[in-house]
Design a protein around this ligand. Sequence first.
Ligand SMILES: [Zn+2]
Length: 372
Amino acid sequence: MDLAAVPVLDQHAHGLMRPERVPGVPYAAFFTEARDPEQVALHGPTSLSYRRNLRMIADLLGAEPRETAIAARREAMGAEAYARRFIDAAGIEAVFLDDGFAPDELEPVAWHERFFPAARILRLEAHAEELLRRAPGLGSLADAFRESIDPPPRQVVAFKSIAAYRTGLDVRLPAREDAEAGFRAYKAGGPRLAQKALLDYLLGLALEVAARRGIPVQFHTGFGDPDLDLRLANPLHLRAILEDARLGRVPVVLLHAAYPFTREAGYLAATYPRVYLDIGLAFPLLSTGGMERTLGALFELSPTSKIMYSSDAHHIPELYYLAARCARGALGRMLDRAIRAGDLTAAEAERVAGDVLRGNAARLYGWATRRT
Ligand SMILES: [Zn+2]
């Protein structure tokens, strides 16, 4: 199936880097979760995905598939025209930006509206850290935190948690005295919120607000940079909150296809009415075969109404384009196979393509309603 004409609703990404800073970063660093300079420089460029991504970028620019040729083209075109080339070619309907990641390096949400309609995802841990600096006690922190997210700030369509990066996805609503002890430990340590009882306590507050207001909560699951202990990022750890009746029916979005816990994520989406799946970061950081198998693993069990496109793009405009193109290609090939296998009719496959690339997210976040 050729899905080139279907727009993508990118339900999880980050902003672009201030253009003057891009040349200071090794190009391969934008295409890997590795942070070690030796790993990035020596081994990053040998991955299948990097070689393919480099060729796709060069093709679009009509340049040689070399980093120097691409850098020369960026320089010649100017940052804005260069960004526009990739973003226009990506076929984007809108992008939801998590602006709690690298806020000193990336442009703010409003700046991006010159390229696409944008909405904001509120990163709960970063937001809590700002309030924690000023809060004299747990009670005043809880009040300030609740007040600041209920109602959510303007433009916010979702909350996002990076608990997987901090204390793991086995989130348990703690006893008050444990949260108090966590608060004291934070005040003695800080500024990084990594006290499990305190983080879980604040997440509990946010989940209550999200449940009441029907706001989706995105969880980082699966792979990420080495700040993450991958063992704690398996979405099966979320069982305690998925089973918690107090949290009502807050929609939970498992980011990054939970790679490599992709089948586990598919199982959760097939079982819990409020669990949704996202494919970002796996697109475009895996090999082509890896992206197809990841998508295939999600579709093995998950309802098609639960799977959503995103890019998890950050820093450079190339990533919005690569993710959209790779996703359309892999999804088209996977749906062709599903038609041949008799799992879907051609008409059903067409509807599924539109749902995954934009429709499921538009419904979950009420996007169509918001724009009118
Ligand atoms: Zn992200």
